[in-house]
Design a protein around this ligand. Structure first.
Ligand SMILES: Nc1nc2c(ncn2[C@@H]2O[C@H](COP(=O)(O)OP(=O)(O)OP(=O)(O)O)[C@@H](O)[C@H]2O)c(=O)[nH]1
Ligand SMILES: [Mg+2]
Length: 334
């Protein structure tokens, strides 16, 4: 299954709701009521839903849209418009080392995503240093080091150490060794665990102590199946760690996806880039975020020709990467 197909099938929960609405009938009050329910159920949130409905009503009047299918296309365009501010290609250029820090709740997909990004960067001939905080199991830490050696990716870790000290060492080492990118993994934590959230702020500051201006990206990894809770995560992690970007994982699962619209609408003045979305556990399953592809998948429309061509080009590029699975690589080297 290709990337778009996985995204589309992952978001099927939302689509199934909408497809009923779009499968015929007329555009009347009942239609709009059904649409409102579906958008709320898709985690788009109350205010963004009201905004979308208002714009669609206007479009029906001004542009003379008559069929539900026409409204579906207008809905896709409206969702795309709302997500557009979050579309920004990720780049690790401009600093050396480029320091990025990953944060998120337990099990969001931080470590898996770091593996995918490290491989993606290595394919661009960038040297990568991973900072593994002390929360790794000792065995995993050692296996990761062996795997890193083979893949020209170094891992800095410390057993039982202070995570702020680990990242300080890693950024210092990255600087001394002329590495291109340093990625700091952090342990999962919940917004309600104030001491751990404060620790995150400390981990962030310790990177600046090792290199002025670091970290250059602070990325929140969000599990797409967390629904509206993701919005609360963005607010809480931003308060402690000053987020610069987002990665949304597990959009292949039971995610409803609308929360991306809610998050982007919530941050109108300071949009948070969604750098990548994850639709599975393989290397190909991490892709740059496209507002149009996402909006199309959400309402169940196919990608247009242009997007299909772009995807083919991306898939070709990805072929250069060997089938990569972090767990397998670790097990292999064990
Ligand atoms: N289906 C699917 N599973 C994913 C995706 N990303 C990560 N996972 C799985 O989610 C689980 C947790 O991933 P981790 O990378 O360990 O998450 P983490 O945030 O590092 O977890 P902690 O360090 O324990 O907080 C693993 O089983 C991953 O394989 C995705 O895009 N799709
Ligand atoms: Mg982890």
């Amino acid at each position: 299954m290709g990337f778009f197909a996985k995204l589309k099938s992952g978001l099927s929960r939302t689509r199934v709701n909408l497809v009923g609405l779009f499968s015929g009938g007329v555009v009347d009050e009942d239609f709009f009521e059904g649409l409102e329910e579906s958008l709320i159920a898709a985690d788009i949130g109350y205010q963004p839903t009201m905004l979308i409905l208002q714009r669609l009503r206007d479009a029906v009047k001004l542009e003379g849209l008559k069929t539900p299918e026409q409204v579906r296309v207008a809905l896709r365009d409206e969702i795309e418009r709302m997500l557009k501010p979050a579309e920004k290609p990720f780049s690790a250029d401009g600093h050396k080392p480029f320091v990025m820090m990953m944060a998120g709740v337990n099990g969001a997909g931080k470590t898996t995503t770091i593996g995918k990004i490290a491989k993606w960067l290595a394919a661009q001939n960038k040297t990568v240093l991973l900072a593994a905080a002390d929360t790794f199991r000792a065995a995993a830490r050692e296996q990761l080091a062996v795997w890193g050696e083979r893949n020209r990716i170094e891992v800095i870790s410390q057993s039982g150490g202070d995570p702020a000290a680990v990242v300080f060492d890693a950024v210092s080492a990255g600087k001394a060794r002329g590495m291109d990118v340093v990625i700091a993994d952090t342990a999962g934590r919940l917004p309600t665990q104030t001491n751990l959230m404060e620790e995150l702020a400390r981990i962030r500051r310790s990177q600046a102590k090792a290199l002025a201006g670091a970290p250059h990206e602070v990325i929140l990894v969000v599990d797409g199946t967390n629904g509206q809770n993701a919005l609360a995560q963005v607010r809480a992690f931003d308060a402690f760690a000053e987020l610069t970007g987002l990665i949304v994982t597990k959009l292949d699962g039971t995610a409803k996806g609308g929360v991306l619209v809610a998050i982007t609408a919530d941050r109108k003045d300071k949009p948070l880039p969604i750098y990548f979305v994850g639709v599975g556990e393989q290397i190909d399953d991490l892709q740059p975020f496209s507002a149009r592809a996402f909006a199309s998948a959400l309402v169940g429309l196919d990608e247009d020709e242009e997007k299909l061509a772009a995807r083919a080009a991306r898939e070709q590029a990805n072929k250069r990467l060997a089938d990569f699975n972090l767990e397998d690589a670790i097990n292999e080297s064990a």
